[in-house]
Design a protein around this ligand. Sequence first.
Ligand code: PEP
Ligand code: MG
Length: 761
Amino acid sequence: MSAAAAARQILTRLTEVMASRLHVQGKLDQVVEIIGECLSSEVCSIYLLREGMLELFATRGLNQSAVHVTRMAIGEGLTGAIAQKVETLNLAEAKAHPDFQYRPETGEDKFHSFAGVPIVYRERAVGVLSVQHIDPRRYEEVEIEALQTTAMVLSELIANAELVDEEEARGLTQEQTGPQTLTGLTLVKGLGAGHAVYHQPRVEITQVMAEDTEAERQRVYRAFDRMREQIDTLASQAEFGVGGEHEEVLETYKMFAYDEGWSRRINEAIDSGLTAEAAIERVQQHTRMRMREIDDPLLADRMHDLEDLANRLLRIVAGQIGTAASQGLRRDTILIARNLGPAELLEYDRRRLKGVILEEGSLTAHVVIVARAMNVPVIGRINNGKGGGVRTTIREGDEILLDATAGSAIVRPLPQVADAFQTRFAKSREKQAAYASLRDVEPFTRCGTRIQVMMNAGLRDDMSALAMTGADGVGLFRTEFQFLVSATLPQRERQTRLYRDVLEAAGDKPVIFRTVDIGGDKAVPYLASEIAAQDENPAMGWRALRLALEREGLMKVQARSLMEASAGRSLYVMFPMVSEPWEFDAAKAVFDEQLVYLRAQKKLLPERIHFGAMLEVPALAEVLDMLLPKLSFLSIGTNDLTQFLFAADRANPKLAERYDWLSPSILRFLRRVMQGCVGSGVDVGVCGEMGGRRLEALALMGIGYRRLSITPAAVGPIKELVRKVDLGELSAAMTGWLAEPQRDLRQQLSDWADARDIEYD
Ligand code: PEP
Ligand code: MG
């Protein structure tokens, strides 16, 4: 009988056994007989996990007296190694393998070849199925596949018969693979504890054998079509954006999605009698095994992409298309994703979201800004030290302690580690409480200068932070957040309601509304195709004011909404991405026109409108003298400004740490802008992430900035910092350092702060 015929026969006979009325033990006994016969193997054995050990449950060919007697620890012998690494072994000469161990009670000394596959349940090995042969021979691929299929069938049987419960499977990971520490880049500082939830959950396969092969084939065809469609449109969507690394990933995805070999293998697996889900999973297991044999780090990366795609195909086939957000979080969660768009993060329940682990990510990407605003710690560019993806280390539901400040995550922690973490957690809460006590304290420097410490916001919910932190107002209200969280363009009534609520929550404190800044990494579904069709580099593309001036309707609606919401009080408006003075004029003209209209309608108008601009495109600095006379205020967006000054994409993880905000080029630039504003008497501040970091805030104060608008969590720490600073001393030091600068001013500033007992970490 050919190997392929044998594999087919195995499945047919397994189907009969599984449908029979035999008891579980009877079924296991039958399975080893069938495999042994069809693969002409003298031995076939099934080991299952019981009380943390792999116990021989059924065998053909080994001594029957060893059944329920022979027990191996995970990691012990070949069987233990398969369970520990959750991988297949195929050896012509078992004794030559370093993990080989001889068990006299089984009588296995006469066998040479050995092949074994893990029996996997909920991503954990709960048993091993193995065959042995007297002659040295390697099993053929189809034979290994038949074993893998059998292992899937056994996993279904084991789950139904509750032979291995989930607790036990968990116990295995705790004891045997134990705690793991992953390291990454700090994106949002803080501590968080919870259970792992994948943004894109893995599908549980509940039925392995098909009832109607043709129907399964159709399901897989349809799923392939949908997946290819999705991949083709992904380039224009928020999940990936366009450019750089993302494009590479997308190309690889396309290559895999259209790979004939992949779809053919899945079809063959369906032919052998599997359901669509089981066929996809079995082909994936096989690919994993092949990839492991090739020792190439680049391939490990590709494997990661293919895993992602196979997972996507599985979700489509199983009809589980939504993300974890759509299923709702049931307990404290550490969310894990390759990358996220800001809108995707906002879909999660804030109360249960305790932290985020991203495989990519960078400091000023909007998802990170949103997380910072939500006060959710984040680490990115995660690494398990072995080059594998996080899925190899973290399983759905694992306990995780996230120390984003240190850039690490402890997975499945030991109890004493968890205790120590809780102690730190308590300390950090104490510190937060100390900051909260500064709420009503005005931030004067030691030399008596009042620094304006305002906060950034973007949603209605953010406004509660104003009272909690005692910030001086909202220095940047990112109005586009409302656009990001809605599936369609927000209508005027909805916008007016939001702005009114925000102003009401602010009381008599000022709120600076920034007109929509969509585009770039802030993609919105209803404009995505237009933006992507035109832009190879969306950050420098048709975004913010550029888009708004051409979509005048959008700007008009926003102008009306803002004016109606501020009836009877002051309105502060600021335009993003102003690159030339005429753009400011054009934007202001839209507001003027709406004001005329509202006046004609006899509507109650704002008492005063203050118009400001953001400086985030370097070119504007050269013509600032032309713009300043028209402005009530200027606000510097250091996130975009630095990406343009350094020509370094703010969302590119490879550049995340390359350039420093404390570089002389940025600080000299900012000082020059400051001098221009002082000369014209225009109020100027910084509203980028830079101002919320303490060393950076010191530098900004040292070159003359007196207004910072920062993330709410930073308000307390920055107030505390302000109160310890003598500006005369600081600016003298800054002048000296900037006259003869080093690569960056980090060391000098931290030494300066250390000498004065000023905390800055
Ligand atoms: C900036 O660019 O610094 C800024 C504050 O705006 P955003 O981060 O929303 O682009
Ligand atoms: Mg910006």
